[in-house]
Ligand binder design. Structure first.
Ligand SMILES: Cc1cc2nc3c(=O)[nH]c(=O)nc-3n(C[C@H](O)[C@H](O)[C@H](O)COP(=O)(O)O)c2cc1C
Length: 178
């Protein structure tokens, strides 16, 4: 199983990114979790660059290739001003016309359960893009108040177990859609 992990935060010490890296470190044999590194380098979405005759910008072509190669996506994002961070929404806008996107399993990993607006907004956008958005309590992993890096998440037994379990509903969704 190949998972593409997308963090909605560009912050170097992002909790959301650290959680995805912890999920990657905990992935069982046979599952690879690759974090998409290019969110901050994508050009601003412009429909003029996205027509059928248009050659997509290289960074966009690379994103679409990574999405096509993945069995499923895992998105973990902070909430900004009760919404989706602009850079993440920008990436999703570039994926609207990606022919490999409809039907794609997308897991929304939630590490700050109080941020309800971003998850509702992501769900609405992803469902509009015909993704198969997963809804499972194993995707909700509340972080302690003090900010942890990946190593600290892995060192916390309960947290590590919870982050490892986030893979399970994704594997189950892929198995049942085959
Ligand atoms: C500009 C800005 C706006 C924010 N707005 C919200 C918000 O509306 N709701 C919320 O729960 N947190 C909000 N936050 C807090 C972030 O979501 C929180 O710090 C998150 O942990 C950052 O994620 P990261 O560590 O992955 O970068 C905001 C932070 C910033 C910088």
């Amino acid at each position: 199983m190949r998972l593409l992990a997308i963090s909605g935060s560009l912050r170097a010490r992002s909790t959301n990114t650290a959680a995805l890296d912890a999920v990657a470190a905990l992935a069982p044999a046979g599952t690879t979790v690759t974090r998409y590194p290019g969110l901050g380098e994508l050009p601003h979405f412009n429909p003029d660059l996205d027509g059928e005759a248009a050659e997509p910008p290289p960074a966009v072509a690379a994103l679409r290739a990574e999405v096509a190669a993945a069995d499923a996506l895992v998105i973990c994002s902070p909430e900004y001003a009760h919404g989706v961070p602009g850079s993440l929404k920008n990436a999703l806008d570039w994926l609207v016309s990606c022919t490999d996107f409809p039907g794609k399993v997308v897991a929304l990993l939630v590490v700050s359960p109080s941020a309800v607006f971003v998850h509702a907004a992501l769900r609405e956008t992803l469902q509009t893009m015909s993704a198969q958005v997963l809804d499972d309590p194993r995707l909700i992993v509340a972080m302690p108040r003090n900010r942890l890096d990946t190593a600290a998440m892995l060192a916390d037994d309960a947290l590590a177990r919870a982050l490892a379990a986030a893979i399970e509903p994704i594997a189950a969704a892929l198995a049942s859609s085959r």
